[in-house]
Design a protein around this ligand. Structure first.
Ligand code: FES
Length: 172
């Protein structure tokens, strides 16, 4: 018994190509009109997503933190290093804890006040850096030192008790 030939008799074209002919040039060509439609749809979707975020933040502003929150033990964060953490129930995620100097701790929201990129503490500069647009904040106060951020980083108060580090809403 011979195996059924899957190729078209008149050449090397498979049967499926003969039944569903596709012209490669037409199939891959994107006209200017189609590209413009795609761009309009794409930017419309982005604008809608941004609008939803703004409306959500206006309708449901983030509540101040209540009480103290355990972050870590003192020995978990070496001198000059940063520790990223989250607080359960907080809509601001995440935060950073900085071990500035012996007995000196700072905690800030990690979202840059410009376009919400994640900031990080640079021990070599003793500043908080936003890598997106080269913004810098003071590691001590969160004040803007350089770049486009319009406001300081929101800060939490840090408390150290029995070798454990806690944060709470900054009273000032
Ligand atoms: S997002 Fe941080 S400087 Fe632009």
């Amino acid at each position: 018994m011979t195996q059924k030939n899957t190729l078209h008799d008149s050449g090397n074209m498979p049967n499926w190509k003969r039944d569903f002919p596709i012209q490669q040039k037409k199939a891959t060509h994107v006209s200017r009109r189609e590209f413009a439609k795609f761009l309009a749809l794409f930017s419309g979707t982005l604008a809608l997503a941004n609008g939803i975020i703004v409306i959500r933040s206006l309708l449901f502003p983030s509540k101040p933190l209540e009480g103290e929150h355990l972050v870590c033990r003192e020995e978990d964060v070496p001198l000059g290093k940063m520790f990223q953490f989250e607080i359960e129930g907080s809509r601001v995620v995440p935060y950073i804890l900085i071990h500035l100097a012996e007995g000196e701790w700072r905690a800030f929201e990690q979202k840059c006040t410009h376009l919400t990129c994640a900031v990080r503490y640079r021990d070599d500069l003793q500043k908080i850096e936003c890598p997106c647009h080269h913004g810098f904040f003071s590691g001590d106060t969160g004040e803007v030192l350089q770049g486009p951020p319009p406001r300081p980083l929101p800060q939490l108060e840090v408390l150290v008790r029995d070798g454990k580090v806690y944060v709470k809403q900054d009273a000032s």
